[in-house]
Design a protein around this ligand. Structure first.
Ligand SMILES: Cc1cc2nc3c(=O)[nH]c(=O)nc-3n(C[C@H](O)[C@H](O)[C@H](O)COP(=O)(O)OP(=O)(O)OC[C@H]3O[C@@H](n4cnc5c(N)ncnc54)[C@H](O)[C@@H]3O)c2cc1C
Length: 351
């Protein structure tokens, strides 16, 4: 009997495994490759919403938890994951410059926004109105994290790489059983895969498809992340990730020509050097109707839990929400009502 069975090994599943290890809890993980969000993610952590110049929900607290979390993973897995890179918000006009200064005057945001307009010049990027620099930002190499974490679990016989079939789950009062694995509790961290979960698919997980390109641009020589109508994220060498799109209808993980065209059109509006597209990926962000995570206990099954709804900011949110879920289960701490899945319960359950 293990303490926990975790279904899904993306950023949410990894974060929860980490909390369990830190607290000497035993666990097994089951995961397949049906969802790609954590693998394809741009990996940026950035406390500021750069479209509207506002602070993202609880971003300061989340950043403070995320930084030591990824550092700890680097040490544990012996691999570089966290690249501290400033993000330059390219201004499209004078009005955006003014909005930047207004935002800087707010106490919560000022900490993250550089005081001066940057005239930082890359000859290949048109930027007549300059940039604002966001501080304390960076990129986590999520694909490398996933690959190494998978190996870490495999070496300890903790991972089953297969699809979880809900009809094979036996629920008891004291424990759950799945194909011979007995666990005191089960946690579903399946990202958009939650749509197939009969226990939780009543929750409003909408899912937002995103696509990203990788380009090879030898002349660009850019070391900072540029945010304009799309992000340009340096990956090292001459490679850059470009994206992402936001689509609400298509729920497949397949790259499309339509999104590629959209990304290239936006990129060409400000990038003025030759490049070639060398990769194109897609995934579904686990987004929720009210833009907050979905975390907590099933309304009727006492030993079943959900860790989901990380949306478009999984890198920064995952460590905090995992810790909150653990404290809720093991330490009787109340769940933050903004992320507690019970905010949707009364609508669907008569309890
Ligand atoms: C194009 C794109 C760009 C993004 N860029 C960023 C970014 O720059 N910064 C950022 O913070 N976030 C970004 N995100 C969002 C981020 O990727 C997500 O918030 C995060 O990865 C969600 O993690 P998760 O573990 O909840 O879900 P997932 O990554 O989807 O992981 C769920 C896992 O569960 C598995 N699973 C599902 N169903 C089953 C089943 N029945 N049986 C077994 N296994 C199952 C899946 O295969 C998968 O391995 C981006 C997303 C996309 C798509």
């Amino acid at each position: 009997m293990v303490d926990y069975l975790i279904v899904g090994l993306g950023l949410a599943g990894i974060s929860f495994c980490e909390v369990l290890e830190q607290n000497n809890k035993s666990f097994k993980v089951i995961s397949d490759d049906s969802q790609t969000s954590s693998v394809v993610a741009g990996g940026l952590y950035n406390p500021v919403i750069l479209k509207r110049f506002t602070l993202a929900w609880n971003a300061k607290e989340q950043l403070e938890a995320a930084m030591p979390f990824y550092k700890g993973l680097e040490q544990k897995l012996q691999v570089k994951l966290d690249y501290k890179i400033p993000i330059l918000r390219r201004f499209a006009n004078i009005n955006e410059q003014n909005l930047w200064f207004e935002a800087r005057d707010k106490a919560s945001l000022g900490y993250f926004l550089a005081p001066k307009i940057s005239r930082y010049d890359n000859p290949h990027i048109q930027s007549p109105f300059g940039y604002g620099e966001v501080l304390y930002t960076g990129r986590v190499d999520t694909a490398t994290l996933l690959a190494h974490y998978r190996t870490y679990l495999q070496e300890r016989d903790l991972l089953f790489e297969e699809t979880f079939h809900y009809d094979a789950l036996d629920l008891g009062n004291e424990y759950v059983e799945y194909k011979g694995i007995k666990a005191k509790k089960i946690v579903f961290a399946t990202g958009f895969g939650m749509k197939n979960n009969p226990y939780f698919n009543y929750l409003p997980l909408n899912g937002t498809k995103g696509e990203l390109l990788t380009i090879d641009a030898p002349a660009l020589k850019e070391e900072k992340v540029i945010k304009s109508s799309v992000f340009i994220i340096p990956l090292g060498g001459d490679l850059y990730r470009v994206g992402a799109t936001y689509k609400w209808k298509d729920k497949t993980n397949l790259p499309t020509q339509e999104s590629k065209r959209e990304l290239l059109q936006k990129l060409d509006s400000f990038l003025k050097c030759p490049y070639t597209v060398v990769d194109h990926v897609a995934g579904i962000r686990p987004t929720v109707s009210d833009r907050k995570p979905l975390v907590g206990r099933h309304p009727e099954q006492g030993n079943m839990y959900l860790l989901n709804g990380l949306g478009s900011r999984g890198v920064i949110i995952a460590p905090t929400v995992s810790k909150k879920l653990f404290d809720f289960i093991e330490n009787d701490q109340t769940m933050d009502p903004e992320m507690d899945l019970s905010r949707f319960t009364t609508k669907h359950f008569r309890i």
